[in-house]
Design a protein around this ligand. Structure first.
Ligand code: SAH
Length: 385
């Protein structure tokens, strides 16, 4: 059976590069990609796909703009252009989030709010960001405006809450900068707590507007469980959670480890990680804000005992400084989670030249219908066979 999604926006959006391919074929395609990139390190386990690979995104963002005819549109930027594709519903995004965005688009004229125009610098609304927890059903809506003056902010918030009583928090992010970053520093909470909470792997996690959180909760559970199983932890061990985001991997691992040390560049994510430790009653984990590479160099200088390193860098991969410090700290195991197998291959080569050996490779399909491949790789020091 061909169950390709055949999306009506595909030509303009370009987000789901594989949307014309049957899901089983997509998985084969990704498996082949993982094997051709990482296969020379070790046998690659079969990719773990989703049972129902739709509407999995728990975070949805939409850009707002005006057409030449003056119609308000919201959605994604047309590939390699600044034109907005007007999206009503996307097959990989959370349905409720899409409904919220379409509702906001439809009521903007009533509140005399115009989308921001980057050329003329007129108008106000740049983006809407929605994050929803699939486990607690809490929903956060973030208005991203180009100026601190948000006309009718209380009235539009009221209208939004009336239509969607499930929304638990509404935030206003002020982004006057010429930037491709969605959110800027300043924000104001218009309703609720300013964050939502999600439950994952038996723990609670706080998610703020700016902190990174995995976008496919069904597959994240599998990803984390695989990583932690590979680490095979015990209570005597010291574990590093590098590029830790809100501390998710480290906190789940803390139940089985002696001590967890997390490091992350984004300040808000680190704050969330510390709070997440508290709300889960975790006392053996600490989190630091900084560049993971520099942090590891410091740990190596201090000759810190490290038994296991979890590393989950962004698409650009890790840094030489980081990898060299891993080699100095000489943990028994390195569990490398990656959303970009090309940079992962580059980094694995460095570790393989310095005493490590790849023991397991598990791809997990975190982003169905796109070409992205996520992998968990276990490495051990060569002497522990
Ligand atoms: N492990 C987390 C986050 C992974 S995403 C999770 O599963 O949710 C990668 C994270 O690396 C992001 O939170 C990003 O802010 C952070 N990051 C990017 N560059 C970094 C650097 N140089 N040092 C430390 N953290 C970095």
């Amino acid at each position: 059976m061909n169950n390709a999604i055949g999306c009506k926006y595909a030509k303009k959006c370009g987000g789901c590069q594989l949307q014309n391919m049957d899901y089983q074929r997509q998985l084969k395609f990704k498996q082949a990609k993982a094997v051709s990139t990482l296969g020379k390190f070790h046998k690659v386990n079969n990719i773990i796909g989703m049972k129902n690979p739709y509407n999995y995104r728990n975070k949805v963002q939409a850009a707002f703009g005006l057409t030449r005819g003056g119609k308000i549109v919201s959605g994604v930027y047309q590939s390699s252009s600044h034109r907005i594709v007007n999206v009503d519903n996307c097959m990989i995004e959370d349905k409720k989030a899409d409904e919220i965005i379409v509702f906001i688009r439809s009521v903007l004229p009533e509140f005399k709010i115009l989308p921001y125009n980057e050329d003329t610098k007129k108008g106000f609304l740049r983006h809407i960001l929605v994050k929803r927890s699939f486990s607690t059903n809490q929903i956060m809506v973030v208005f991203v405006g180009a100026s601190p003056i948000f006309p009718q902010k209380n009235n539009i918030t009221k209208a939004l809450l009336k239509e969607f009583p499930q929304i638990t928090t509404v935030v206003f992010n002020i982004n006057p900068h010429k930037t491709s970053m969605l959110l800027a520093e300043r924000e104001q909470v218009l309703f609720g707590k300013g964050y939502i909470e999600d439950e994952l792997c038996g723990m609670k996690f706080r998610i703020s507007p700016k902190s990174f959180y995995q976008i496919n909760p069904f597959q994240t559970k599998i990803l984390y469980e695989t990583a932690i199983e590979y680490a095979d932890l015990n209570k005597t061990q010291t574990v590093i959670d590098a590029y830790c985001g809100t501390g998710t991997i480290g906190l789940v691992a803390s139940q089985k480890a002696g001590e967890v040390i997390g490091v992350e560049l984004n300040e808000d994510a680190v704050k969330d990680a510390k709070i997440n430790a508290k709300i889960n009653g975790v006392e053996n984990a600490s989190f630091y804000c900084g560049d993971a590479g520099e942090f590891m160099v410091e740990l190596a200088k201090e000759k810190q005992k490290v038994d296991v390193v979890f590393m989950d860098p962004p698409r650009a991969g890790s840094s030489k400084a980081f990898l060299q410090s891993v080699v100095k700290l000489a943990p028994e195991k390195v569990v490398y989670i990656s959303c970009n197998i090309e940079t992962q291959k580059r980094d694995l080569l460095i570790l393989c030249k310095s005493g490590y050996k790849v023991k397991k490779i598990q791809p997990v399909d975190m982003f169905p219908h796109t070409t992205h491949v996520e992998t968990v790789v276990l490495m051990s020091r060569k002497e522990n066979k």
